[in-house]
Design a protein around this ligand. Structure first.
Ligand SMILES: [Zn+2]
Length: 264
């Protein structure tokens, strides 16, 4: 099931959202001064967060060469790993998580490598998932074909967040690392912050959990702040609003009983 959420905007031409261009605007400067840059008090770095490469956390080789696609991703899809909400925030735990996910995806799921492009541990370590995701992110023009969200694996960047966020929210440091990573991905690929979604927006799944899913509007705003761009307002969609008010159902479930194509 693929529904386009009401806040979804057409992707801009790459480069429109470069930091240099927006920071020359008086509005952007005023906005940057008025809003905190990062919830945890850390300044967002233009160079992006440290992303730990596959070789560093001890990845196995992929079982066959990963496929590099010549198109930019159109959006980011946020996941949770549905693993325990551990309080071991060490790098060693993060590396063990990355290896465990890869083993599960390759040996149980039969995939060629880790499914997602990037992983954020509860201790806020950001790691490369599928091989070459980091190198292609640095190009700003290509992406690696992934296996994280049916229908989105050639057009989106998948980020797994360690934990289960059905009834708990992520630790502040993990959330800040996720926001930093999203901002860096948006910056590299010329994506607006409005193009951040949850797995459940596209597939029949509870992922990334009710609590993390409910944080996505805040995440979009925080990413926009990091990019120095005001978040574009969603287009008015009176049909969508009426249906949601009448049913009280979240957007991701509407497709169960509405004609396909009514909501786009
Ligand atoms: Zn997911």
């Amino acid at each position: 099931m693929t529904l386009r959420a009401p806040h979804q905007q057409p992707a801009p031409a790459a480069g429109r959202y470069t930091r240099r261009s927006v920071l020359t605007g008086a509005f952007a400067l005023a906005t940057a001064a008025a809003l905190p840059v990062a919830a945890a008090g850390r300044a967002y770095s233009a160079a992006g967060p440290d992303i730990i490469a596959c070789a560093t956390w001890g990845a196995r080789a992929a079982s066959e060469p990963v496929v590099v696609l010549a198109n930019r991703p159109e959006r980011i899809v946020v996941h949770h790993t549905a693993t325990a909400n551990v309080t071991d925030y060490t790098k060693q735990r993060a590396f063990a998580l990355a290896r465990a996910i890869q083993t599960y995806h390759m040996d149980a799921q039969g995939w060629i490598d880790t499914g997602q492009h990037f992983t954020v541990s509860r201790g806020a370590f950001v790691m490369e998932g599928r091989h070459s995701s980091l190198a292609e992110l640095r190009t700003g023009t290509r992406q690696v074909r992934a296996a994280h969200c049916v229908g989105q694996n050639t057009v989106s960047i998948g980020i797994e967040n360690e934990g289960t966020y059905t009834s708990e929210t992520p630790p502040a440091a993990q959330y800040a690392a996720l926001a930093d990573l999203c901002a860096h991905i948006c910056d590299q690929y010329g994506l607006p912050a409005s193009e951040i979604y949850g797995h459940r927006d596209f597939n029949a799944t509870s992922c990334p959990g009710d609590r993390l899913y409910a944080l996505l509007p805040t995440l979009r705003k925080d990413v926009a702040t990091r990019l120095g761009t005001p978040l574009s307002e969603p287009e008015e969609d009176p049909v969508w609003d009426l249906v949601r008010q009448a049913t009280g159902r979240p957007a991701a479930t509407l497709g169960e009983y509405l004609p396909a194509g009514l909501l786009r």
